[in-house]
Design a protein around this ligand. Structure first.
Ligand code: Q0Z
Length: 303
């Protein structure tokens, strides 16, 4: 547990509910508090070098996206304004401001809802083996980075910590949540992806794929939860460098990957060793990429 995580969990009235790779979830006053850290992951490791402001940038980006989607789907956000947080948190604004979302508590739908408009990653692996992605037949001749004729819903089941989520087909999604809910989250996932892809494309960024989590209110309303459309939940590619046929450069993590796998780091990805700390210039250039993604997408300066 990091110093900030311990400090938040130690606030009276706050209960630590769980940890993601780079985020923490707390319960306070019957609501949930999602806190985004400055930690970054690469090659399945959480690196020891934080990226200054990353948690704030991703939280602000997620907040902006929620605002772009309000006509499509309700979301879980209550407020990101620490002045509106429960009284228990009033003396801890320094730890929380900018990087925390106070959220409505939902009954989560246990499906990772992935939309893909381009073929890469686990979608490409299944395609190369079977010509399908999550059981959806795709045309022949696609390569790494190919754009799909239409975006597809490629759900996954959350795996145990340290394991990768397991892709499942739509029939399995129906078995797990029922056909009405499966259809509803599929249609929402595709509609949100189309909207976000269009917005990002207009700003020089390809949204290759993205993952959503949905929950339900007591009345059954399906609500968009978690963080949305950040580089941690999505693949963002610089549009001007898009060239199908090889892995595309990552908008945010490319300097990190290049340095870690290059000769300077002294690290061997296959060694099982923990990756070394990042040099200051890699940290600074990576921070600048997160800021650039935020400013390009939103049209606002990151402060
Ligand atoms: C989100 C997660 C994180 C670890 C549960 N509105 C909600 N209602 C109920 N549950 C959740 C939400 Cl967002 C919920 N997660 C994912 C987030 C750290 C795990 F920041 N788990």
């Amino acid at each position: 547990m990091s110093a900030a995580t311990a400090a938040i969990a130690d606030i009276p009235g706050v209960r630590h509910l769980g940890s993601g790779k780079v985020r923490e979830l707390y319960e306070v006053d019957g609501k949930l508090l999602l806190v985004a850290s400055d930690r970054i992951s690469a090659y399945d490791y959480v690196l020891e070098s934080p990226i200054p402001d990353k948690g704030k940038i991703l939280t602000q980006l997620s907040l902006w996206w929620f605002g772009q989607l309000t006509d499509l789907v309700p979301n879980h956000l209550v407020t990101t304004d620490p002045a509106m947080f429960p009284v228990e948190l009033r003396d801890h604004k320094d730890l929380l401001s900018g990087r925390s979302m106070l959220c409505e508590r939902l009954s989560m739908i246990e499906i990772e809802c992935v939309a893909r408009g381009y073929l890469t990653g686990s979608g490409l692996s299944e395609y190369d083996e079977r010509g399908t992605a999550c059981g959806i037949a795709l045309p022949p001749g696609l390569v790494d980075g190919s754009r799909l004729a239409e975006p597809i819903f490629t759900p996954a089941a959350k795996a145990a910590v340290g394991e990768h989520d397991e892709n499942i087909d739509f029939a399995e999604t129906v078995r797990r949540v029922g056909s009405d809910l499966a259809n509803e989250i599929r249609e929402l996932t595709i509609a949100i992806y189309r909207r976000a892809h269009e917005i990002a494309a207009g700003r020089g960024i390809i949204l290759a794929d993205t993952k959503f989590e949905f929950g339900q209110r007591a009345d059954g309303t399906v609500v968009l939860a978690d963080e949305v459309l950040t580089p941690d939940s999505s693949r963002f590619w610089p549009a001007d460098l898009w060239e199908p046929g090889h892995p595309q450069p990552s908008y945010d993590k490319q300097y990190v990957r290049d340095w870690l796998t290059g000769p300077e780091s002294g690290w061997d990805r296959k060694s099982g060793e923990f990756p070394p700390p990042l040099p200051e210039d890699v940290v600074e250039r990576t921070r600048a990429r997160y800021v650039e993604a935020y400013e390009k997408l939103t049209g606002s300066k990151f402060e």
